[in-house]
Design a protein around this ligand. Structure first.
Ligand code: NFS
Ligand code: SF4
Length: 680
């Protein structure tokens, strides 16, 4: 039997020493986005501070915090690990580096799980309210999806009206948050494959209620509870699986309420704005608000008011994941990703930026004030001093959304009357998005109607493509904005890796022409190009354009769609997920949500690259647990690597290793006429 030849890339050390990681730290122009570069000149000239200035001002950053060995869990602290041995090697309570690092890490996971799941809970509540007549502006838009999800979780669908079924479904979803029994979460158990479920059960990390898993993390990390790093990390793993369930709830409920995405064309970057129109930016995460603003912008009374105000029309554009939600379902353009939010305001063309929750920089308020933009917060848990607060009322959603648009129309009038010139950088790229799992399967079904997913797995087994990579995550100025994302995408494309993605990385891809066929022509290796062309040829009649280089699957909660994709691949191949040639990369990961997603990606058995190094280096034990031991236990592990070329090599090596191993298993199974091994 041949041995796998190149193991040099299977190591857990980042290739760049800590002191050399932040290149050119005081340079404010840490981006390759031409629109942001143009706007940074404007903010500099006008003396307006943006996140790019604040990053430079924070350099150099504290190395205790950077490596995770600062503890502030009780206020005897902060305690920092300052020595290898003696009293300085522990916190005041005696906590060692590994306890401090793992406690901090799992609190990040709990934060991420809370954010995603609370978002999911809100949507489940609204579905319930819609089904019981309390939120009349929302309805079941995708009854097929409602039925599919209901059947998946084991509800009897016969003879029930859509509304009755929606109510029942929402109730089951809501139970997953707070039930008190010991049964697994319905929204986790109804999607994972059996081999993963046994693994998680064996490891005792199966969450029984989403909220409880978060509370348990907060409890066990209180001073003087859990000090065992492995036990702590396993507690974090439970919260991570709860997060996956919360994301699944968010995705399923959003599709039912607003429709399951299908391929759609749009555009990305600041050039989508138009100074003669009323410009509204939706920024944040929850489609309950943004989708309603989109609906409201099409109402006749609103269109008439825009006209009367002298507007040439109305533009809604998105930032961050709520932008992804409305791009996927309504083709709403992308103005920028997380890091560009203040610079979009600096165009002077934004009349209202309306936000809900998550990844909304408090610094936006300053930019908004300087450029005459009204920053509008909408939810009780997310307010920013100095901004406007318009309480968004689910029970009168359309009226709330119209109120926000009317504020934009008023601001537009003031902008026009003042004769203020706007400066909109002339950059935008064509985008194809809308690839829900259903849309992907539909593409595959045009080639193989009986077993659509086999189109993807066959392409891997034949060597046409090297495997699949999930591109996920945020922006982080520890790397050069959008450069890390685009470098990873270019590198993987050249190596024939099929890419799906979510979140702010997809907005980077969108801005740089990688969500259109232009990206295929420029960057795809021959196998990947042949595969994408073949998919297009089979689906030509129903597609609005040629297919893109990377397939946009939605917002960050829609990573659940990607988990469903690899589960479908594993199922078809008859193996556990760690055998599937599938990897993940968050080249610019930053948020607690990214930490928790990365964790459940690993628990699913997928190697996961993160570009900026998370605060784990302060404990060798924790570092080797997440980069090596995790692989033995779950089949997934973190690849923490700041050099994007090396990261691409490591990701491709991980895919090649899996394909090689799968080949061996197949050979053995054929030789001995046995089943493929179900373990890894
Ligand atoms: Ni995900 Fe999407 Fe962007 Fe990161 Fe923030 S918006 S939810 S957390 S920064 S990708
Ligand atoms: Fe220090 Fe322990 Fe308190 Fe942390 S919990 S701040 S290590 S005394």
């Amino acid at each position: 039997m041949p041995r796998f030849s190149d193991t040099s890339l299977q190591n857990s050390k980042p290739s760049v020493a800590r002191k050399d990681r932040i290149k050119d730290p005081k340079n404010v122009k840490r981006t390759i986005d031409p629109a942001i570069l143009e706007m940074l000149d404007v903010t500099k000239e006008k003396n307006i501070i943006t996140t790019f200035d604040r990053w430079a001002a924070q350099q150099p950053q504290c190395q205790f915090g950077y490596t995770g060995i600062c503890c502030r869990i009780c206020f005897q602290g902060p305690c920092r690990i300052r020595a290898e041995e003696g009293p300085g090697s522990m916190g005041i309570c005696g906590a060692k580096d590994y306890t401090i690092v793992s406690r901090n890490a799992i609190r990040m996971m709990a934060g991420g799980a809370s954010a995603h799941s609370d978002h999911g809970r809100h949507i489940a509540h609204v579905l319930h309210a819609a089904a019981t007549g309390h939120a009349p502006d929302y309805k079941v838009t995708d009854a097929d999806k409602l039925h599919r999800v209901a059947k998946r979780i084991g509800l009897n669908v016969e003879g029930k009206s859509d509304m009755a079924l929606a109510k029942e479904l929402a109730e089951v979803a809501l139970e997953d948050f707070g039930k008190q029994d010991e049964s697994p979460l319905t929204f986790l158990w109804s999607t994972a494959i059996d081999a993963r479920k046994s693994k998680w059960t064996e490891m005792d990390i199966v969450p029984t209620a989403i909220d409880r898993s978060v509370v348990e993390v907060m409890h066990r990390t209180h001073i003087g509870v859990d000090a065992d790093p492995i036990n702590l990390i396993f507690g974090g793993c439970k919260a991570a699986l709860a997060d996956l369930a919360g994301e699944q709830v968010a995705t399923d409920m959003s599709d039912i309420l607003f429709g399951t995405p299908k391929p759609v064309m749009s555009e990305a970057n600041m050039g989508v704005l138009d100074g003669d129109k009323v410009n509204i930016i939706v920024h944040g995460h929850n489609p309950l608000l943004s989708q309603m603003v989109v609906y409201a912008s099409k109402e006749q009374d609103i269109l008439d008011e825009v006209k009367t105000a002298g507007g040439n029309g109305i533009i809604i554009a998105g930032i961050c994941c709520t932008g992804n939600e409305v791009l996927m379902r309504s083709g709403i353009p992308i103005a920028n990703n997380y890091m560009g939010a203040e610079l979009v305001i600096a165009t002077g063309a934004v009349d209202v930026m309306v936000v809900d929750v998550q990844c909304i920089m408090p610094g936006l308020r300053n930019a908004a004030e300087c450029f005459g933009t009204k920053l509008v917060t909408t939810l009780p848990i997310s307010k920013i001093p100095g901004s406007y607060h318009f309480a968004f009322d689910d029970t009168r959603a359309m009226e709330s959304a119209k109120g926000i648009i009317r504020l934009a129309i008023e601001t537009f009038k003031v902008r026009k009357a003042s004769g203020k010139v706007v400066q909109i950088p002339n950059y935008k790229s064509k985008v194809m998005a809308g690839f829900s799992l259903e849309a992907m399967m539909d593409l595959f079904a045009a080639i193989n109607p009986d077993q659509p997913i086999k189109v993807l797995t066959d392409a891997i087994e034949s060597g046409e493509i090297a495997g699949v990579c999930l591109l996920a995550g945020c922006n982080n100025l520890a790397v050069v904005h959008d450069k890390a994302h685009t470098d990873v995408i270019k590198g993987l494309a050249a190596k024939n890796v099929f890419m799906v993605g979510t979140g702010c990385v997809m907005q980077a891809a969108a801005k740089f022409g990688m969500l259109s066929y232009e990206g295929v022509e420029k960057y795809a290796g021959p196998g990947l190009k042949a595969f994408i062309d073949r998919l297009y040829e089979a689906n030509k009649a129903k597609l609005p354009d040629k297919l893109p280089l990377a397939f946009h699957m939605g917002s960050c909660v829609d990573n659940s769609r990607v988990a469903n994709l690899w589960s479908a691949m594993a199922d078809q191949m008859g193996v556990d997920v760690p055998k599937v040639p599938f990897v993940a990369s968050a080249p610019e990961g930053m948020s607690e949500k990214a930490v928790v997603i990365g964790t459940w990606v690993i628990l699913n058995g997928i190697p996961c690259h993160v570009g900026p190094i998370p605060p784990l280096e302060g404990s060798d034990l924790v570092w080797s647990t997440v980069t090596c031991v995790a692989n033995d236990v779950f089949g997934g592990y973190f690849i923490l690597e700041t050099d994007m070329n090396v990261a691409v090599d490591k990701l491709v090596a991980a895919l090649e290793y899996r394909t090689w191993k799968l080949g061996i298993h197949k050979k053995v199974a054929a030789e001995y006429e046995t089943e493929l091994t179900g373990t890894f």
